[in-house]
Write a protein that binds this ligand. Structure first.
Ligand code: TMP
Length: 212
């Protein structure tokens, strides 16, 4: 058992049902009386939310892949220093909707930026703040994108072509292979109820091991 507060992140492509599953994780942790901060990337601070708006804006800005990468890391630098690290220091757990794995998947695999460069930025931005557990909601991008389309208007990322989403998925699966102990992969292509059951089982098992 460790008393150290945990940093949990949730990742996945478009239309994987991240918001719903994050809600479920939040409820489970709160039921256990765990002090918890829930946040998201890009975002989580005033600066980060403004950068998020710029990143998702459909027209006009067209950031280059490098500009995009630096924007997500600018948002992250602010978020880690002013929100995530202080919460962990106060003893709160942190549940974050996306983190640096998304930069490896989207900017690395999706846009083709060097993984080594992303690794260096991660080292500079949050050398000591890394997730203890990352849940990947994995879905075939054809299914995910169809769900995203049904949800409404698409943002700048959601308007990418299928090879981009296939590369993003491959990027996440590559990250899982590199650090299997940190990741739990959930098949998010099936019925919502079954996804929730899988997630519940995985979470219970992980929490029991960490705080029993
Ligand atoms: P969300 O709408 O799923 O919260 O995420 C917004 C978009 O931002 C999503 O399409 C993925 C993208 N993103 C990156 O490209 N790189 C990153 O580092 C992060 C955190 C998100």
């Amino acid at each position: 058992m460790t008393d150290a507060p945990k940093f949990i992140t949730v990742e996945g492509g478009e239309g994987v049902g991240k918001t719903t599953q994050l809600g479920l994780i939040e409820n489970r942790l709160r039921e256990l009386g765990i002090p918890l901060l829930v946040t998201r990337e890009p975002g989580g601070t005033l600066l980060g939310e403004q950068l998020r708006d710029l990143l998702l804006q459909k027209e006009g800005l067209a950031p280059t892949p490098m500009a995009e990468l630096l924007m997500v890391f600018a948002a992250r630098a602010q978020h880690v220093s002013t929100v995530i690290a202080p919460a962990l220091e106060r003893g709160e757990w942190v549940l974050c909707d996306r983190f640096t794995d998304a930069s490896f998947a989207y900017q690395g695999f999706g846009r083709g930026i060097s993984l080594d460069l992303i690794h260096q930025l991660a080292q500079l931005t949050h050398p000591k703040t890394n997730p203890d557990l990352t849940i990947l909601l994995d879905v075939d991008p054809e299914i995910g994108l169809e769900r995203a389309r049904l949800r409404g208007e698409l943002d700048r990322f959601e308007r990418e072509a299928m090879p981009f989403f296939e590369a993003v998925r491959a990027g996440y699966l590559h990250r899982v292979k590199q650090e299997p102990h940190r990741w739990r992969v959930i098949d998010a292509s099936i019925e919502l109820e079954q996804v929730e059951q899988q997630l519940d089982t995985v979470l219970k098992e992980w929490i029991a091991r960490e705080i029993s």
